[in-house]
Design a protein around this ligand. Structure first.
Ligand code: GDP
Length: 415
């Protein structure tokens, strides 16, 4: 149960793929950091000797400490990012709120999102927002306050306001999913700036379309631009306001089929971002408003009568959430961690090469010393032998001299 007594599903979400991978790669980089530090300490020791390692080599190795540290920094902040696009009032904010199971973003008439809004989890218990270019934490107690704070500021439509929402109030935020709501694609001439600023690191894009009309050129254009800058972006299409179809049940299947075909064509033939089979898993017919209402009133008696087909639409929303979680989690692991793991491998290999270099230099030095010692030994042995020979000869000479003297003396004595 959350603080507000809401039920949270058990933790078997596909987001755990990312969460676990993140923990693992962070642990591995922790070990790499230890390894680098040990290597530097060891090199300092060896440097004292002054023969095997020079100060440049030590300096080079020391640089790895900083490199590994900054990778660890980035890794700790890595998250999965989903960005929502669509025309004004198609229900982008409502979809985000439904997924977050709370009215976090202002939605509805008069609350048009006029800048980029990012919702991410925060460890603090109180929500707050931070405006672009500012460090100040502005407390927000309610959606009304948030809307007010946003209207009060004169914000550029490309600017970003970050909403920090307590992680303990929402499972998706706890698991490092960051949501980005955008102004309607119909209001801006700055699509390029939008993409460069907010989309290049997004793992998943959700196009919130209005099921009451067909996909518009402005919506399509935006995604054409995105797919020129990113290779095969992951795009989901939500046909929102599908509850409106309940009022015309006789056309329901026909309208759905038509929307489905157009959306599949858009993803497969126009954008070429997926296969027809994959596209089937990317297009959903939902009603964000209904899901949000249902989730907000969990545990309370239902106040609004349910529209025909609510249950089916609710299940379809849940199906979307599951497919979305699988997609974002796998994609983020690939895009966020693959490069880092290559880098980690590279650094570990470099360090091994450095240490192996030191080892082989040390071996060489040892062999040289041994060879020097052998040469010296040989010289000593030779000198010793020479000395022996000389000594023997001297001995012999002295001996014969003594004998000679003795003979002479005894001869002289006898005479
Ligand atoms: P945004 O501008 O794309 O963020 O759209 P909002 O989320 O602010 O929604 C605009 C209006 O449409 C609000 O009044 C919502 O209550 C309403 N709305 C959103 N989703 C649905 C839906 O699925 N069905 C119906 N009937 N209304 C919806």
């Amino acid at each position: 149960l959350t603080e507000r007594g809401k039920r949270i599903p058990l933790d078997n979400s596909p987001l755990q793929i990312f969460v676990k991978a993140k923990k693992k790669i962070n642990d591995i980089f922790g070990e790499i950091e230890e390894y680098v530090k040990d290597t530097v300490d060891y090199m300092h020791e060896v440097e004292k000797d002054g023969k095997i390692v020079n100060s440049d080599q030590v300096k080079n190795t020391e640089e790895y400490v900083g490199k590994v540290h900054s990778i660890r920094d980035v890794l700790q902040r890595d998250h999965m990012k989903v960005a929502f696009f669509g025309r004004t009032s198609n229900g982008k904010s409502s979809v985000i709120n439904a997924m977050l199971r709370d009215k976090i973003l202002p939605s509805g008439i008069g609350h048009t999102t006029n800048c980029f809004l990012q919702v991410e989890g925060s460890p603090s218990d109180e929500p707050y927002l931070v405006l672009e270019g500012s460090e100040e934490h502005c407390a927000v107690e309610s959606v009304g306050q948030l809307a007010h704070a946003l209207c009060k500021e004169k914000l550029n439509e490309s600017s970003l306001v970050k909403v920090y929402w307590p992680k303990n109030r929402c499972l998706l935020l706890r698991d490092d999913v960051v949501f980005v709501d955008s102004p309607g694609v119909d209001v801006t001439p700055n699509l390029d700036e939008w993409i460069d600023k907010h989309c290049l690191d997004a793992d998943v894009f959700v196009l919130v379309a209005n099921a009451e009309s067909t996909l518009m050129v402005t919506e399509k254009n935006f995604f054409h631009k995105v797919s020129t800058k990113l290779s095969k972006p992951n795009i989901f299409i939500l046909n929102n306001r599908w509850d409106a179809s309940a009022s015309e049940p006789e056309f329901l299947d026909q309208v759905r089929k038509q929307h489905q075909e157009r959306a599949v064509d858009f993803l497969v033939k126009e954008l070429k971002v997926c296969t027809p089979r994959e596209a089937e898993e990317r297009i959903f017919f939902i009603s964000a408003k209904e899901v949000l209402q249902a989730r907000m009133s969990e545990g309370k008696p239902i106040s609004v009568p349910l529209t025909e087909g609510f249950q089916t639409r609710y299940f379809e929303f849940q199906d979307f959430e599951k497919k979305f979680e699988e997609c974002i989690s796998k994609s983020a692991v690939r895009t966020k961690f693959e490069q880092h793991s290559q880098r980690g491998k590279y650094i570990a290999n470099e360090l091994r090469d450095i240490l192996e270099g030191i080892y082989s230099d040390a071996l060489k030095l040892k062999e040289e010393k041994l060879a020097e010692r052998k040469e010296l030994n040989d010289k000593i042995n030779y000198t010793e032998q020479q000395l022996m020979v000389v000594t023997q000869e001297m001995k012999k000479k002295i001996h014969s001299m003594v004998e000679d003297v003795e003979q002479r003396v005894s001869k002289a004595l006898s005479e």
